[in-house]
Design a protein around this ligand. Structure first.
Ligand code: 6PG
Length: 470
């Protein structure tokens, strides 16, 4: 069994299993290892049907069964487990071997691990993988980052198992260092914002328009045929249609309204604050999940905080048309903010990330795959240095066409007591970015008045301080 496998996979939770099967079904000889041997045995017994997959039951056996230089994919939970597995592997690796981390690791951890292994002549790639369990099996979107030399060792394998779109395999080199995990983090931040926007328009249809769940599902299905064509739009319709086998009612209406989060969206918001990139819609999607956790508080406050239960829209048909425009605005604002963050991070961390390539690998396989991606890629390629796409007349036109509808929805949502943080931040992001004069002048004056923090002037160069309170 020695030295016969082309790729080793460590970690046989469903993602690891599915990726191992994907490699094998694409003609690669795979060696798999899992800390608990029972899971390895169960995988071979229940899921392997003649594919070229061999088990290893110790780390030594695993290292021995891989051809040199070794190519190893870690599919273990992000965090200390990744370091523990690397620690166990190190004594059995040789210079020139490659270790890839395919989990949702923090980009700073990836940079640390890359240096840790480089000191021992071992190559390391931080690989964002998107598409969930089904994507891992049938073709994920793969976002590898690290050295070009390391990527060259696995480019053929990763592009083969990736999802394929009309623009090629949904796998490309994302840049140096932690670029791959950074891109995946931004992907997830956009995912959060898209999902928050979907949740808000669902709430508007249910609460302001009084629509039954089935009619809401039909609306998402209809939108999925237009500009909102996307995995998440289709998924919304499917989960809304799903009926609880026990009651026959829509299961979604029985689910506790407290959203969980594993951290990637939060990391993106933190990075945006550190880098000074305004990502209000991405950030508010994280905060909306956080606020949803205060269910008991919301119940207690709601009982004592009446709201005029007005279902206001004059014409449901007009409201639905406005709602579709509003959700498109959320999606466009989220991509604008995510691409701005990527632009700034690549500059600050010298990743060398090509955002057109990022949008290309998101065309299929990933959770945020959407019809808009082709247009966004064209806009980025028109002017690769446009950080947020708002310098593009084409991109602005898509926003301008939807801003009034968003305003009408926000007014009606307020009347109906429906919070829409993703939509309101998306609209305010556009309104703010189109204002040559913002009220920050008053903030500067107040800061200087109470803290002598000084200010600049519009009409002359220099830094000034005024004794405002004398
Ligand atoms: C993907 C998903 C995947 C994960 C989500 C869930 O791209 O396949 O984004 O990485 O299922 O990130 O994360 P949260 O628990 O933070 O929603």
């Amino acid at each position: 069994m020695d030295r016969s496998s082309e790729i080793g996979v460590v970690g046989l939770a469903v993602m690891g299993q599915n990726l191992a099967l994907n490699f094998a079904r694409n003609g690669f000889r795979v060696c798999v290892y899992n800390r608990t041997p029972e899971r390895t045995e169960a995988f071979l017994r229940d899921r392997v049907r003649g594919e070229p997959i061999v088990p290893a039951y110790t780390i030594e056996e695993f290292a021995r069964c891989l051809e040199r230089p070794r190519r190893i994919l870690l599919m273990v939970q992000a965090g200390p487990a990744v370091d523990q597995v690397i620690e166990a592997l190190l004594p059995h690796l040789e210079p020139g071997d490659l270790v890839m981390d395919g989990g949702n690791s923090h980009y700073a951890d990836t940079e640390r691990r890359m240096q840790w292994l480089a000191d021992r002549g071992i190559r390391f790639l931080g690989v964002g993988i998107s598409g969930g369990e089904k994507g891992a099996l049938l073709g994920p979107s793969i976002m590898p980052g690290g050295s070009p030399e390391a990527y060259a060792m696995v480019e053929a394998m990763l592009t083969r198992i990736a999802a394929q779109s009309e623009e090629g395999p949904c796998c490309a080199y994302m840049g140096r260092g932690g670029a791959g995990h950074y891109v995946k983090m931004v992907h997830n931040a956009i995912e959060y914002a898209f999902m928050q926007g979907i949740a808000e328009v669902y709430d508007f249809m249910k609460t302001a328009l009084g629509m039954p769940t089935e009619a809401i599902a039909e609306t998402f299905e209809r939108w999925n045929e237009g500009t909102l064509n996307a995995f998440l739009t289709e998924l919304a319709a499917r989960v809304l249609r799903y009926r609880d086998p026990e009651t026959g009612d829509p299961l979604v209406e029985r689910i506790l309204d407290k959203a969980e989060q594993k951290g990637t969206g939060r990391w993106a918001a933190q990075s945006a604050l550190e880098l000074g990139v305004p990502t209000p819609t991405l950030t508010v999607a994280v905060l909306a999940r956080t606020l949803s956790h205060f269910k008991a508080d919301r119940e207690r406050i709601g009982a004592a905080f009446p709201w005029p239960d007005r279902r206001t829209p004059s014409s449901p048909e007009a409201a639905l048309s406005d709602l579709e425009a509003a959700l498109n605005l959320v999606v466009l604002a989220a991509f604008s903010q995510g691409l701005w963050l990527l632009h700034e991070a690549s500059r600050a961390y010298r990743y060398g990330t090509d955002r057109a390539e990022v949008l290309r690998v998101w065309r299929a396989g990933c959770i945020i795959r959407a019809r808009w991606l082709g247009f966004l890629r064209e806009v980025v390629r028109e002017d690769p240095e446009d950080p947020h796409l708002l310098f593009s007349a084409r991109f602005r036109a898509e926003l301008q066409a939807r801003l009034s509808a968003a305003g009408r929805i926000l007014r009606e949502a307020f009347e109906a007591g429906v919070p829409m943080p993703a939509l309101s931040t998306a609209a305010d992001y556009v309104l703010s970015m189109r204002r040559s004069q913002l009220p920050a002048n008053l903030i500067q004056a107040q800061r200087d008045a109470f803290g002598a923090h000084t200010y600049e002037r519009l009409d002359r160069p220099g830094v000034f301080h005024t004794e405002w309170l004398d």
